[in-house]
Design a protein around this ligand. Structure first.
Ligand code: COA
Length: 266
């Protein structure tokens, strides 16, 4: 069954048959530029989706797709309210941090422009699935700025520091194909973008959610620790997953050919 709700500048929906939630940035007249309201509504939408976990038996929300209305993902920070909505001016957890720490994987489905804070939003997501005609860039340099939410850092991790500098120093837009070559876009599709992104989200949603959460946590930790510490961390995650019902369920499905596992997030 589909549930949906509307915020001032976002739309959110959740299908409890698939476990997949959707959030749409909904300021198409401004190319979904991030103003204060949109940043708040994005977090509000994710919180609303998260509340579906509490209502459900076990974990019902298992993957989220974030996209933009009107054929564009997001043209970055809203330059008309730039001074008070810049990341440095925010107090508390930003929408970037909220997405990065979200307990289910988040996929950015990118059409049109994915620029500046829009690109940083996509980088905060776990995956970026791009339309072949979309474009990516950090135009902040043209305003005498740098991407203020760690965009250069994230891109340096995903691609390499030199590529991150190239994008941020030139402000140039790159194609989806180029974005895939440098590891920024996970996958590039044509007209089948919606279908393929949905299929991927449903694939993630069918996996044991606690294992998926632990993998997300492990990947986040990997950028902050050395290998030894990271390996020890994964060992602790592994041992706690061994205690879960979902592990038992997976082991049973492995042993019994006909048995279809049903993971509960416990
Ligand atoms: N903040 C606020 N409004 C924005 C915006 C932004 N970042 N990006 C686009 N818009 C608005 C435009 O002002 C325009 O509004 P209008 O119709 O009331 O004039 C509308 O969105 C459409 O944009 P427009 O520039 O007409 O579209 P385009 O297709 O010609 O160009 C871009 C698209 C993305 C190349 C261009 O809008 C752009 O460079 N935007 C700024 C991107 C940016 O610098 N972002 C980072 C800020 S740090």
């Amino acid at each position: 069954m589909e549930h949906d709700t509307e915020f001032d500048t976002t739309l959110a929906s959740f299908d409890d048959d698939t476990g997949v939630g959707h959030v749409t940035l909904n300021r198409p007249d401004s190319l979904n530029a991030l103003n204060t309201q949109l940043r708040e509504d994005l977090v509000g939408s994710l919180e609303w989706l998260e509340s579906k976990n509490d209502e459900a038996d076990g974990i019902a929300l298992r993957a989220v797709i974030v996209e933009g209305a009107g054929g564009t993902f997001c043209a970055g920070a809203d330059v008309t309210e730039f001074s008070d909505s810049s990341p440095g001016a925010q107090s508390g957890q930003s929408h970037y941090e909220f997405i990065a720490a979200f307990p289910a994987p988040v996929i950015a489905k990118v059409r049109g422009y994915c620029l500046g804070g829009g690109l940083e939003t996509a980088l905060a997501c776990d995956f970026r699935f791009a339309h072949e005609e979309s474009s990516f860039g950090f135009p902040e340099v043209n305003l005498g700025l740098l991407p203020g939410a760690g965009g250069v850092q994230y891109l340096a991790e995903l691609a390499d520091p030199s590529t991150a500098k190239e994008l941020a120093m030139t402000g140039e837009h790159i194609s989806a194909e180029h974005a895939a070559e440098i590891g920024l876009a996970n996958r590039v599709y044509g007209d089948d973008l919606d279908e393929e992104t949905q299929a991927f989200a449903e694939q993630l949603a069918s996996q044991p959610p606690l294992a998926i959460q632990s993998i997300k946590e492990s990947a986040a930790i990997s950028t902050q620790t050395g290998l030894e510490e990271g390996r020890a961390y994964d060992g602790r995650l592994f041992r706690s997953l061994l205690e879960t019902d979902d592990h038992e369920e997976g082991a049973r499905a492995f042993a019994e050919d006909e048995y279809e596992p049903e993971f509960k997030g416990r």
